[in-house]
Design a protein around this ligand. Structure first.
Ligand SMILES: [Zn+2]
Ligand SMILES: [Zn+2]
Length: 239
C-alpha cells in the first residue's frame, strides 16, 4: 500500500527513471522506465546449472557448460542478471564510480526479483557481499556489493553479514588482466575472521560483476574452508 507520505513525496518530486531521468508514469514500482528496462539484456535459461552460463536453446536440463565440466567451481550455483553492457553497465558505473547509492538499491531490488526465479533464495542462511579491502573502501567510501546485498536481504528477509569475510590484500583493479592473472591476483586474498558465524551456513554471496569468476570462486573457497555448508552466488552482470 502506498502511504500518504510516499504519495505526497511522489507529488512533490515525481519519480524519474534512474537511467534516462524520464518521468515514471507507470505504476509497476520499477525504478527504470520501460524503455531502459528493455535495453537490459537479461539472461534466460537454459543455463549451466552450476555457473549460470547461457547455453544454446536446445540444451537439455542438467547439462554443464564445458568450463564446469573441465573444472567444477567451488560454488553450487551462480546466477547473473544480465549482460554487462548498455543500461546495466551505465547503472553499475553510476553506483560504483559516481556514488549513486539509490541506483545500487534499485539494482539490488531488480536482482532480487530476478534470482528469486532461479535460485532457492529462501533456503539461504546468510547474504554475504564480496568485501573490499579497507584501503579501497576508504577510496570509494562504500562497498557497492554491500548496497546490492542489502536489497536482496531485505527482499527475502535474510540475515546480512558483511563482517565475517574480509579482504586481506589490496589488489589493483583487475580490468586489464587475463583469467590466469586474475586467479593468481586473488589467491589467498580473503579470510574468514568469524568462523562461528559462517560455520554450517548456506551462504548467498553477492557481487556486482562476474568476469572470469575468479573473485567469487576464491571467496567461496575461503568460506567453505571455514565450514560453510554451501555457497551460491548472485551478481548483477556478467562480462
Ligand atoms: Zn529510462
Ligand atoms: Zn558452467
Amino acid at each position: 500500500m502506498k502511504s500518504l507520505f510516499k504519495g505526497l513525496i511522489d507529488l512533490l518530486f515525481p519519480p524519474r527513471c534512474l537511467s534516462c531521468n524520464e518521468l515514471l508514469i507507470s505504476e509497476d514500482d520499477s525504478d527504470f522506465c520501460p524503455d531502459c528496462k528493455n535495453r537490459i539484456s537479461f539472461y534466460f535459461p537454459p543455463f549451466c546449472p552450476i555457473c549460470g552460463f547461457t547455453l544454446p536453446p536446445d540444451t537439455g536440463d542438467n547439462t554443464l557448460c564445458l568450463r564446469c565440466v573441465a573444472a567444477t567451481p567451488p560454488f553450487e550455483a551462480c546466477r547473473s542478471m544480465g549482460r554487462y553492457e548498455s543500461v546495466l553497465l551505465e547503472a553499475i558505473h553510476d553506483l560504483k564510480y559516481r556514488g549513486r547509492i539509490a541506483t545500487g538499491v534499485a539494482l539490488g531490488n531488480l536482482l532480487a526479483s530476478y534470482i528469486g526465479q532461479y535460485l532457492p533464495v529462501q533456503d539461504y542462511d546468510l547474504v554475504i557481499p564480496v568485501p573490499l579491502h579497507k584501503k579501497r573502501l576508504r577510496e570509494r567510501g562504500f562497498n557497492q556489493s554491500l548496497i546490492i546485498a542489502k536489497s536482496i536481504a531485505r527482499n527475502f528477509s535474510l540475515t546480512i553479514d558483511f563482517q565475517s569475510l574480509r579482504r586481506l590484500t589490496y589488489t589493483e583493479p583487475q580490468i586489464n588482466l587475463g583469467r590466469k592473472e586474475r586467479e593468481s591476483n586473488v589467491r589467498n586474498a580473503f579470510a574468514v575472521v568469524r568462523e562461528k558465524a559462517v560455520a554450517d551456513s548456506r551462504i548467498l554471496l553477492v557481487d556486482d560483476v562476474y568476469t572470469t569468476g575468479s573473485t567469487v570462486k576464491e571467496c567461496a573457497r575461503t568460506l567453505l574452508k571455514s565450514g560453510a555448508k554451501s555457497v551460491a552466488v548472485a551478481t548483477l552482470a556478467r562480462a
